[in-house]
Design a protein around this ligand. Structure first.
Ligand code: FE
Length: 242
């Protein structure tokens, strides 16, 4: 039998070396797991979504209160969900104005039979800067009617209530009208048990008169949504406890 030539042996060795090098080289992109295989890995979903206020919740330090409106339910048709992010900024104070009447009645609905205006349900939570709910907080709302007129003789569109054990509150009312110099707003006072009284106002998004109101504050704008059950407004009130 004829011995293989030296050249043939070198060629065979070169082929083997090339095969070894090919086997040890880094995987090319084509060798990555196929999408179908990758899909078997559970997707990492964000645990929190962007809030309706546009603020991104912090994920490294989960909020103590991740809130939905107290009246939110599966059939409510609302998807409002706002996270309280500690440390939460205190709700800014604002002028009381000339139309406050002390000692308003206890009521969670300011609606009266035949009252003109667009119905709105304002709800939310009272929390402290650590986002802990403030139960039994005093809340006092007063506002103008749909024509921008206050009742300065009685208690129409005026009432007080207390937050529930979860800090939740809800008020049935109407959208207030504009009056000279003022964009639509709802006045309120809020006080944690034993804490200082906050006096402020709530505003509505996309009201044309916001830009013309010299004391308008975007931090006091409610989250407003049209739902099958009507207009719903949402706002978290952040109070000092003492
Ligand atoms: Fe006012």
């Amino acid at each position: 039998m004829q011995k293989p030539s030296r050249r043939f042996i070198y060629q065979q060795l070169a082929v083997i070396v090339l095969l070894i090098l090919a086997a040890c080289s880094p995987a090319s992109p084509a060798a990555l797991p196929s999408p179908a295989i990758q899909a078997n890995t559970p997707p990492v979903l964000p645990t929190l979504t962007e809030t309706s206020t546009g603020a991104l919740p912090r994920t490294e330090n989960p909020p103590l209160v991740q809130t939905t409106p107290p009246d939110a339910s599966s059939e409510s048709g609302t998807n409002m969900a706002i996270s309280c992010q500690a440390p939460a900024e205190l709700t800014p104070p604002m002028t009381e104005g000339p139309f406050y009447t002390p000692n308003p009645p206890l009521k969670t609905s300011l609606l009266e039979e035949g009252m003109p205006g667009t119905r709105v349900r304002l709800s939310g939570y009272v929390v402290d800067p650590s986002c802990n709910p403030v139960a039994n907080a005093y809340l006092d709302f007063w506002q103008a009617d749909a024509e921008g007129v206050y009742d300065n003789n009685g208690y129409r569109l005026r009432g007080h209530q207390y937050s529930d054990e979860n800090g939740g509150y809800a008020l049935e009312t109407i959208l207030p009208g504009e009056y000279p110099g003022r964009t639509p707003h709802i006045h309120f006072k809020a006080q944690a048990p034993g804490g200082p009284m906050l006096t402020s106002q709530l505003f509505f998004p996309n009201a044309d008169a916001n830009a013309r109101d010299r004391i308008f504050d975007p931090r006091l704008v409610v989250d407003l949504q049209e739902t099958p059950q009507g207009l719903k407004a949402f706002f978290i009130i952040v109070l000092l406890r003492e």
